[in-house]
Design a protein around this ligand. Sequence first.
Ligand SMILES: Cc1ncc(COP(=O)(O)O)c(C=O)c1O
Length: 468
Amino acid sequence: MHWMDVKMVRAKMEDVNSTNATWSNQEPGLPSASVAKRALAIIGGDKSVEPYYKGWHEAQSNAYDAMVNPGGCIQLGLSENKLSLDLLEQWFSTHNTAPAPEFEDTLNFKAIAGYPDVYHGLLVFRKLIAKFMDEVYGGVVTFNPEKMVVTTGATSAIEILAFCLADPGDVFLVPAPYYPGFDRDINFRSQVDLVPVPGLSENEFSITRAGLEQVFDESENRGKKVKAILMTSPSNPLGKTYSKDELLMILDFVREKGIHLICDEIYAGSVFGTSEFVSIAELVLAPPFEPSQVHVIYGLSKILGIPGFRVGLLYTWNDQVLDAAKRLTRFTSVPTLTQQILVSLLSDRQFLHSYLSENQKRLRARWNTVKHALQEAGLPFIPCTAGFYCWVNIGQTVGVTSKEQEHNLWRKLLYEVGVNVTLGSACQCTEPGWFRLCFAFVDDKTMAVALDRIKKFCYSVRQNGRCL
Ligand SMILES: Cc1ncc(COP(=O)(O)O)c(C=O)c1O
């Protein structure tokens, strides 16, 4: 989204603010109870992300099933990892999740039934997550449970950071294309604005110093206070890692500008290609950087494929943020029962070790299948080495040159071809025609049907000409 678009969205919100809209059945003549302007602003907010959520629901409500609904839609718009769920299912069906003797004192029924001592994750839970992260990060970083604030999913951790780092109307710069959920996480409650830093296909949508400088200056010239850069590493939706040099450039930028960096590393551990994952936590502790400017997001939703358990966290070297975030977890704490169950799982280091390597193998195999199909279909894509999705240009084949045409193509794919993919414009991509295709949500057979549908669509467009 360009700055002008951001302005239009805010103007739209102000419109909503100025109307005293209510949905009341109140008798005429009696005053009606209105809801808060900020709730109305959420309802009337940015429309570019709407198809992202709409596609999800369409694909879920008319879900493909080879036997029951063979004409249904296949969900390729959800970044969820179901490829290794059988391993976890088996673990849970063969293991007792009651507390082991060493945790009996802290996790017995009476202990977990009462108010917990702390809301940002029981110490035993944080210690085990830290150990799990050490393993996921390959031992190059050692995480300290005292700097960790556990929340109900990474979503809440991101939201808390927005609340702690910026005031309403301040700005976060976000390298685009970016994860569409950020608009909700950053803007809904904290009312911080996201300003995309446009990436270009010619350099695989890399983050450049010039791009950051330009958007930073434009924002400040408009009187906006830039408070942070928000990025995902590995990238969602690009499915790639960032090199040490790219990350050092970003650290230099935040240091020079005196702003924060939020690095969402929820896909650490999902690297299956040859590229190396470098954590920001590995770099920030060395001079000349100031660790208190950097905050890491992590969680169990992606790598373990358990987003329904709602476990995420923020990791910060900033004592003020740590203190405020801990207090805010009173609103967003992980239930102690969930913590108790996961303590059992996280204690089984041997299982987790083999799970991680098997999951990596399965992701790699799935991506290879998808890659070959995209090549057969003649669709350009960004080489993918991490995550559960890839970034594909479907629009070029069809002759898409505008956001409107991209939207029409997305509708065609959803309602006629029978696949739900994420529009580039929902990720604030400035080049029309790009889509995110999530490949870890469905089983092998369903994936084959989806790829076949996409290939047939591309062949028919090539034979019959433009279809929009
Ligand atoms: C980059 C990124 N951060 C955060 C989330 C949300 O994670 P959670 O389900 O733990 O809230 C997602 C989910 O897709 C994501 O892709």
